[in-house]
Design a protein. Structure first.
Length: 157
């Protein structure tokens, strides 16, 4: 069975490190019969900070837990004009279940029709236990100790 046919949803991250402290974070998601892939450039420290936040218990949902990257607006400093990769974590239930909203999209080029842009947007339901494992894998990824980090759905949480 291929990963696309897998009954358990997942988010798989890997990255290509650059010499300047940045990396292209590459994401593959599969959930509910939908699958997609995209990437965005991040400061490695930003990825590490996000990973550490994911591993905290309990997670403080009052402050945003999101990692997003893509094309920056030319006229507004620090504002994304187009999102290529977004990961956002939030509480789903008081039983400890959490959701990871995943948005992956292709880049638009200057002569590209908006209808040609591909995207997938989905939610992975997971647990604190799965997040701790994912957090550790993602930190190891930033330290070149792993080649990928995988968050699996945990529908029983």
């Amino acid at each position: 069975m291929s990963t696309i046919d897998s009954p358990v949803g997942f988010l798989r991250l890997s990255f290509e490190r650059d010499d300047d402290g940045t990396a292209e974070l590459i994401a593959h998601v599969n959930a509910g019969g939908f699958a997609g892939a995209s990437s965005a450039w991040f400061n490695i420290d930003e990825i590490s900070k996000f990973a550490r936040q994911l591993g905290q218990y309990p997670i403080d949902f009052n402050s945003p837990l999101q990692l997003a990257g893509g094309s920056w607006a030319k006229d507004q400093r620090g504002v994304l004009d187009e999102i290529h990769l977004s990961l956002r974590l939030y509480s789903v239930s008081n039983r400890g279940q959490v959701g990871m909203h995943v948005l992956l999209a292709t880049r638009s080029w200057h002569d590209m029709r908006p209808e040609s842009r591909c995207s997938v947007e989905t939610e992975l339901l997971t647990s604190y236990q799965a997040l701790v494992s994912f957090s550790n894998e993602l930190l190891a990824l930033t330290e070149s100790a792993r080649s990928e980090a995988i968050l699996f759905e945990d529908l029983l949480a």
